[in-house]
Design a protein around this ligand. Structure first.
Ligand code: MG
Length: 387
């Protein structure tokens, strides 16, 4: 059997490094063709020596010489810069591109990969949040599949295996509720960055961990699900499930529900997306019912965690609204991580951006790029005024 040749867009992050662990466990299945990082040159060098990709890219051009010299004795092409990120995605040899960068930065290279006919294992949810219409249309036009890596969407996708002719009535995305589940507005007003970074169940990167604590992650996932599965906003529900064992649920038109379960480990959805349609044998820890005598479910508190409500409103409004939501969120999360805004100021600033930035009903790619830039500038301006 031919090995699948994988390009990892963003190999130094949490998803990228876990994907390389999966590849290492299955050398008979996968081969690393391309690795890219933003600026972590040392990790890129280490990964390159180990996995021997054909080509690597470092987005930060100032580190090009450093990487090039470190890999001088390897048979590896080294490139640098934002443009190169998009260009390497078009390489003939690539079978699947795993998009594991965080945020809006994933949009252009993902579109390049799709336009070059590469299947996508999508971990970069912001790409679909910002420009889901353009991305899914490009994928349809090119006959490209987008395999979800996000655990909830992977769960839905797994539940849909063998069901593609059957209509979905509704899906339920599960949410752990994060570290602040059950807290009041008053309690949230004084939470710290360190508390927000302690997720109870999942081990993830900093941005998504803050998004989980603020429930924005679930909001982004609702929008992501709309595009992946072609659903209307009313068909997507969120249910808080603190144990993170049921990863999401599909309800069909006969009322039957299918759920996908397992211990929370991102390597499982990463592996499923890369190996689809196969299930590969793995050593992941197995779930034991007796360790979980009760699995519980509750409704999401959108009055206290306003981000989820803001995301639904952006989804219903459509056009560039999710792009505004995402850009503002990226700025406030960054500011929160730098102690420049408080936890509850994040939704306030996002809401202000959503009402101030010009609405565009049917944005082009250029409109999205402009909207992202404009929203970031506005969010930063508001933050400067608040301090
Ligand atoms: Mg998720």
């Amino acid at each position: 059997m031919e090995k699948k040749k994988i390009a990892i867009l963003g190999s130094s992050g949490s998803i990228g490094t876990q994907a390389l662990e999966v590849i290492q466990e299955h050398p008979d299945q996968f081969e690393v063709e391309v690795l890219t990082v933003n600026s972590n040159a040392d990790l890129l060098i280490e990964q390159s020596k180990k996995f021997k990709p054909n080509t690597v890219v470092i987005a930060d051009e100032s580190k090009y010489t450093y990487v090039k010299e470190a890999l001088a004795n390897e048979d590896i092409h080294v490139w640098a810069g934002e443009e190169a990120l998009s260009q390497v995605m078009e390489m003939d040899a690539i079978d699947v591109v795993l998009t594991a960068v965080v945020g809006f930065a994933g949009l252009k290279p993902t579109l390049s990969a799709i336009n070059a006919g590469k299947h996508i294992a999508l971990a970069n949810k912001e790409t679909l949040v910002v420009a889901g219409d353009l991305v899914t249309k490009a994928a349809r036009d090119k006959g490209v599949n987008i395999y979800p890596v996000d655990s909830e969407h992977s769960a839905i996708f797994q539940c849909l295996a063998g069901e593609f002719q059957n209509k979905i009535e509704k899906i339920y995305l599960t949410a752990s509720g994060g570290p602040f589940r059950g807290m009041s507005v008053e309690q949230l007003s004084s939470v710290t960055k360190a508390q927000a970074l302690k997720h109870p169940n999942w081990d993830m990167g900093a941005k998504i961990t803050i998004d989980s604590a603020s429930m924005m992650n679930k909001g982004l996932e609702v929008i992501e699900a709309r595009w992946l599965f072609g659903l209307q906003p009313d068909q997507i529900d969120v249910v808080v499930h603190p144990q993170s064992i049921v990863h999401s649920i599909v309800q069909f038109e006969d009322g039957s529900m299918k759920a996908q379960m397992g211990l929370p480990d991102m390597k499982l959805p990463i592996q499923y997306a890369m190996a689809y349609p196969q299930r590969l044998k793995s050593s992941f820890k197995r779930f034991n019912f007796l360790n979980y005598p009760s699995l519980t479910f509750e409704s999401a508190d959108t009055k206290t965690f306003r981000n989820l409500a803001l995301a639904y409103s952006a989804l219903r409004k459509g056009g560039n609204s999710p792009c505004i939501l995402n850009a503002a969120n990226e700025v406030v999360v960054d500011a929160f991580l730098k102690d420049k805004v408080r936890f509850l100021e994040m939704p306030d600033i996002i809401e202000q951006c959503m009402s101030a930035v010009q609405f565009v009903a049917q944005p082009t790619l250029q409109d999205y790029l402009n909207c992202d830039r404009e929203t970031r500038a506005l969010a930063k301006e508001i933050i400067l005024k608040t301090v």
